[in-house]
Structure formats: structure tokens, C-alpha cells
Design a protein around this ligand. Structure first.
Ligand code: RUB
Length: 318
């Protein structure tokens, strides 16, 4: 399949995590679709749509665990499909593809700000917050509360093995928020000092289970032990329609070299290394999910899915 170089580069950046985080990868993939529409050599609508779908599949295959990626791609493909079925001309279909790509990207930006605004209301002056990994949505909440003049402190985990926490402390520092970096395994040690755990989401399942960066389940257990509420900032396109029909979301397992130098274990014939990138956090560990439409308890995930995808909940067929 011939894929334009710029789109290959986006896919490669997602695979190698130069672009990472559920929101940024969804936006980048949709940006890829926009480029596909702008640069298409297709002469007919059918030729265009066939290739456009192939590029969508190609971009979707880059990472498996964040549902924002397929949901973003579907958002565009479904609307393009409808335009094709309505018999619109090639130019019209192309311009719809570009417009809906822009629309999705715009929606992600607005949602981030809105969740920041809503989530900040849950933060009190003097709160100490713990966050894990590097979530643009969790940071939007924390930074909004800080901009509102609330004095807050943050514990940020380093987030082994890829150290996304280093991105988080840099961003918090730029905003002038007092921040302490801790190793992931110190989260329990510091939990007594924490008022709220705030994170983002990669995927939310129909029962309210959260899929998020590996290590959050242990943090959630410690939070529960000390009655510290766990808040999740998640745009509605992070809710997974496939989970309604029992599809299993694949948990990405990354190269063991991210954890240990392969040289060090090459002679250890009884040792294996496992490196799952994401964790499951059952709904009973989550106090609220903060979406751009409002705050819900995790068990109300089904309501968001019904609103987004209708009833029966069905993913748009492309
Ligand atoms: C990223 C990660 C992020 C979430 C939410 O994992 O777990 O915190 O995707 O991010 P990775 P956001 O680094 O493996 O991509 O709130 O920005 O969507």
C-alpha cells in the first residue's frame, strides 16, 4: 500500500512514542487523515474513499490500548462515508474530510479546556494532588485550579519505564506549581499527605473500568486505603463502544529493553521480562469521571456511550 511520507512519519511517531498520550495520538492520527484528503491523487470518489479507509486502518494499527485513536479515526471516516453515500462529488467529499478532521481536532481542544474548568471546581485551596504519567487532561485540571489562585502542591510519579513523569514535572514547573517527583513505588508512602489523585484516561469501558498507565492500580489501592478520592479526566471519545459487546481491549506490551538492558539478562535462562504499558482500574476505585459534558460516577459510563453511539450502542460501520 502506498502511504504518503508525511502520514508514515505520523504513524512512526506514534509507534515510537515521539507522539504519545491518548489525546495527542488521536489528534495526530486525524491530522494524518486530513493530510490524506489534502494530498490525495485520487480521480474518483470511490478511489478516494478506498484509499482513505486504508490510511485510517494503517493509522489505527499504531497503538492498541487508547480508544481515542480508533474513535477519532471513526469520527472522520463515518462522516466521509455518509458523504460518499449521498453521492457528493470528489471535491465535496475531500472538503468534508478536511472539515470534519478540523472539527475533531477543535473538539479535543475545547474538551480539554472544559474538563479543566469543571475538574478545577473539585480542587480546594491547599490541596495536595498526586498524578501519574503525563496526561494533558489531568494537567488541564491542575493548571486551571492553579490559575484560579488555589494554592496547590503536586506529587508526580516518575512513571517507569518511560518516565513520562519527567514531562509532567517540567510542565508543572513552567506553571509555577510546587511539585515533588517521586518513584512510582513511593506513592503509598506519600498517600497520607495527598487529598486527591487526578489522572487522565486512555480508555473507559462500559462498566466504568479505566485503562490507564501501568502502576495506577497500585496507586488506586493505596488511595482507597487512605480514603483519597481518585478523579479521572476523560473526554467522551475516550469511552469505548466495543466494550458494550464484550470486546477485549488489548493491553499493549512493549519491548523488555525499556526495562532492562538485554545484555544483562541474556544468560539468565529462567528469567522473562514483561512490560505491559497499561493497567485496569476497576470502577469501585474511582470517585468521579470528569467529562466535557459534566461529572459522572464511573458506573454511568453506559449513559455517555448511549448518548454518543445511540441504543443499541453500535460503532459506526465504515
Ligand atoms: C500515556 C498515558 C496518558 C494518557 C492520558 O501513555 O497514559 O497519561 O494517555 O493522556 P503513553 P491525555 O505515554 O504510553 O502514551 O490525557 O493527554 O489523553
Amino acid at each position: 500500500m502506498i502511504i504518503p511520507e508525511e502520514i508514515r512519519k505520523i504513524a512512526d511517531d506514534i509507534c515510537t512514542m515521539r507522539i504519545r498520550g491518548a489525546t495527542p495520538i488521536a489528534k495526530a492520527a486525524v491530522e494524518g487523515l486530513k493530510i490524506a484528503a489534502q494530498k490525495t491523487p485520487a480521480k474518483t470518489v470511490q478511489e478516494f474513499y478506498k484509499k482513505f479507509k486504508e490510511i485510517g486502518k494503517f493509522l489505527q494499527a499504531t497503538r492498541p490500548s487508547a480508544v481515542s485513536l480508533p474513535n477519532g479515526i471513526r469520527y472522520v471516516l463515518y462522516r466521509v462515508k455518509k458523504a460518499v453515500e449521498e453521492g457528493l462529488s470528489l471535491d465535496q467529499v475531500k472538503s468534508i474530510a478536511i472539515n470534519v478532521s478540523n472539527e475533531f481536532i477543535e473538539k479535543t481542544n475545547t474538551a480539554k479546556d472544559k474538563i479543566g474548568e469543571i475538574g478545577a471546581k473539585l480542587i480546594k485551596d491547599g490541596d495536595t494532588i498526586l498524578t501519574h504519567c503525563n496526561s494533558s487532561i489531568a494537567l488541564s485540571i491542575i493548571k486551571t485550579a492553579h490559575r484560579q489562585g488555589k494554592e496547590i502542591k503536586v506529587y508526580a510519579t516518575e512513571t517507569r519505564p518511560r518516565y513520562q513523569g519527567h514531562l509532567t514535572i517540567k510542565e508543572l514547573n513552567e506553571s509555577g506549581i510546587p511539585t515533588t517527583l517521586i518513584v512510582d513505588s513511593a506513592a503509598g508512602f506519600f498517600m497520607k499527605e495527598v487529598d486527591k489523585v487526578i489522572v487522565g484516561a486512555d480508555t473507559i469501558l462500559v462498566d466504568g473500568t479505566l485503562i490507564y498507565k501501568i502502576g495506577l492500580f497500585l496507586i488506586a489501592l493505596a488511595a482507597r486505603k487512605y480514603n483519597v478520592p481518585l478523579y479521572v479526566g476523560a473526554e467522551t471519545y475516550k469511552f469505548c463502544p466495543e466494550s458494550v459487546t464484550g470486546e477485549i481491549i488489548e493491553i499493549e506490551e512493549r519491548d523488555s529493553a525499556e526495562i532492562i538492558d538485554p545484555e544483562k539478562i541474556k544468560d539468565l535462562k529462567y528469567v522473562t521480562v514483561r512490560n505491559p504499558a497499561f493497567d485496569y482500574i476497576p470502577p469501585e476505585y474511582i470517585k468521579y469521571i470528569i467529562t466535557e459534558k459534566g461529572i459522572i460516577p464511573p458506573h454511568a459510563a453506559i449513559i455517555v456511550l448511549r448518548e454518543e453511539y445511540g441504543w443499541p450502542i453500535s460503532t459506526p460501520q465504515i
